[in-house]
Each structure stands twice: as structure tokens, then as C-alpha cells.
Design a binder for this molecule. Structure first.
Ligand code: CU
Length: 145
């Protein structure tokens, strides 16, 4: 009887340790969104970047798109357009086409951010049979020291 209880306790303890390790790992590996883009009809896209957007770098973007009920939006196409307002940049006409890697999570690589100053990442969401939805994330990058 005593042996049986201790085995169960051990199992409970091991399970607890495993769950805590998974939760801890998940929290550590999940960065905060850099912004939330609002789209038409209550749609929203939380935007993540890795590494952080900076002059001289390319980043990996992830948009986590949800509808007005908070439900992930799957099976659509997402493109980003990277530009500097008021400037002609060589990459203006090269959209960043995202791939849906998990439900409602769309990933694309940026072009290099070649200058300090004001930039925009426009997100365009196209779902079959619906009009396009768009939102813009505007931000400023500092020249490196
Ligand atoms: Cu420029």
C-alpha cells in the first residue's frame, strides 16, 4: 500500500516537473509581438519579428491573424510590402510572400533594412471570396552607431 502511494506521488511529481518545464520553455521561446495591426471588420494581426528590426539586417516576420471573434484565420494568403514613405527604394516592388506555417500563423522574410529612418510594413490579407484586408505597421529605425 505504501509503495503504491509513493509510486503515484513520484508520477505526480514527474508530471508536474514536465509540465513546468514545457510552460517555462514555451514562455522563454515566445517573444512579445512588436505590434498589433488592425484590419477591416475586426480582424487583427499580431506581428512578430526575429531578429528585432534593425538597419543592416533582414528579419523573419510572423503575423498571427485572428478574426473579430478571436478565431485564427487559416487558408488565406498574406503578403507584406516593405517601404520607406516618400522614398523610392529598390525593393518597393518586391512583395514579401508569407507561408502559413501553423493555423493562422503566416511567416515571411523581410528585405534588408538598408537605411535609418521611417519605414512601413504593410500587411495584405487575401481570403477566398472576400475583399482584401490591409493594415500598416509604421516604425523608425535608428542608424547604427
Ligand atoms: Cu530610404
Amino acid at each position: 500500500m505504501i509503495k503504491k502511494i509513493s509510486w503515484r506521488n513520484l508520477l505526480v511529481l514527474l508530471t508536474l516537473v514536465a509540465v513546468l518545464a514545457m510552460v517555462g520553455g514555451y514562455l522563454l521561446l515566445t517573444p512579445a509581438p512588436i505590434n498589433t495591426i488592425t484590419l477591416e471588420e475586426g480582424y487583427r494581426a499580431d506581428l512578430y519579428a526575429d531578429p528585432a528590426l534593425a538597419v543592416g539586417l533582414k528579419s523573419r516576420l510572423e503575423a498571427r491573424v485572428i478574426d473579430g471573434h478571436g478565431k485564427p484565420v487559416s487558408g488565406c494568403s498574406v503578403q507584406f510590402f516593405q517601404a520607406m514613405p516618400g522614398m523610392q527604394m529598390s525593393t518597393d516592388d518586391q512583395p514579401l510572400v508569407a507561408t502559413e506555417r501553423a493555423v493562422g500563423r503566416y511567416i515571411a522574410g523581410t528585405h534588408e533594412f538598408t537605411m535609418g529612418g521611417g519605414w512601413e510594413l504593410k500587411l495584405r490579407l487575401d481570403c477566398t471570396g472576400q475583399t482584401s484586408r490591409q493594415g500598416i505597421y509604421a516604425f523608425t529605425l535608428d542608424w547604427p552607431n
